[in-house]
Design a protein around this ligand. Structure first.
Ligand SMILES: NC(=O)c1ccc[n+]([C@@H]2O[C@H](COP(=O)([O-])OP(=O)(O)OC[C@H]3O[C@@H](n4cnc5c(N)ncnc54)[C@H](OP(=O)(O)O)[C@@H]3O)[C@@H](O)[C@H]2O)c1
Length: 263
């Protein structure tokens, strides 16, 4: 199976590294295109895979990822739509581009999947939401899920929830990085060296996320377990509530999903 990427920026690079690290495909079976000479060199030299033109990727791929910015989709699809094989499965990873819109751009009935991954794919801890159109068979969907599963977790969602996936996992690494940076800033303000502060903050986030995933307990219950009566933690929680941490995150996600719907 040949896996092609049109565009090879942050997200495609993370996915390719994940696919290679997980051993799902050999380097010879992966190929990618990009706009600049600099990225084309990076595809060949750093990723070690074949660099080709958009048309070559489109015509050779059994599984074709569209990994350019949403603003580029219309122009890129217009140039490749005649080259794509009828049997290929096309995977769009852009927010806001519906299955119906994608179908219309290609101008014929094709197997199309909407997916929303995130950059932790690079370290094999990605989270992806997947929505296939009705032409994608169960076997093809399983294949797509196994590719996304090679660099993290992947779940099928109905199309109306794909923008929610963008808000809760596609974009959320940025919120978590802000949180880690802020936690480290607090530690630095209290006298801890900067590098050590990032390590303490990041490991605390990693461990807490694992507890949510592995214990099956409600996050509120886990929070309650850390907060001793009259203790230090509840003082921090009191200030976070006063400053509106929860409503900031909720409002941020609503803004993110709203932006995705408008793209
Ligand atoms: N980054 C994320 O966290 C994330 C998460 C989920 C989904 N996504 C989605 O994934 C897609 C890619 O995002 P990204 O963050 O990876 O963007 P990016 O880093 O800007 O990468 C875009 C890539 O597209 C290439 N490109 C631009 N015009 C092209 C053309 N006409 N033909 C071929 N290649 C072209 C660029 O080439 P050059 O490098 O040469 O400029 C670049 O390699 C977007 O639709 C984004 O919304 C991103």
């Amino acid at each position: 199976m040949k896996i092609g990427f049109i565009g090879c920026g942050n997200m495609a690079t993370g996915m390719i590294r994940g696919i290679l690290a997980a051993g799902l495909a050999a380097k010879e079976d992966l190929f990618a295109s990009a706009r600049s000479a600099k990225t084309r060199r990076r595809i060949r030299e750093e990723l070690g895979i074949v660099c080709a033109s958009n048309e070559e990727v489109a015509s050779g791929a059994d599984l074709l990822f569209l990994a350019v910015k949403p603003q580029m989709y219309e122009e890129v699809i217009a140039r490749i739509r005649e080259s794509v094989q009828d049997t290929a499965v096309i995977v769009s990873i852009a927010p806001g581009k519906s299955l119906a819109w994608l179908q219309k751009q290609f101008g014929r009935d094709l197997k199309i999947v909407r997916a929303m991954p995130n950059t932790p794919a690079t370290v094999l801890e990605g989270m992806s939401g997947i929505t296939p159109n009705e032409r994608v068979s169960k076997e093809e969907l399983d294949l797509v899920l196994s590719v996304f599963g090679s660099f993290g977790k992947a779940l099928c969602v109905p199309e109306h929830l794909i923008d929610v996936v963008t808000a809760v996992s596609g974009s959320s690494p940025a919120y978590v990085f802000l949180f880690i940076e802020a936690m480290a800033d607090g530690a630095v303000a209290l006298g801890m060296p900067r590098q050590q502060a990032y390590e303490f903050a990041a490991q605390a986030v990693l461990g807490s996320a694992k507890m949510v995933l592995e214990s099956g307990m409600h996050p509120g219950q886990l929070k309650d377990m850390v907060c001793s009566p009259g203790g230090t933690t509840i003082e921090a929680v009191r200030v976070l509530e006063e400053k509106g941490l929860r409503s900031s995150v909720i409002e941020a996600e609503l803004a993110c999903a709203g932006k995705a719907r408008g793209l």
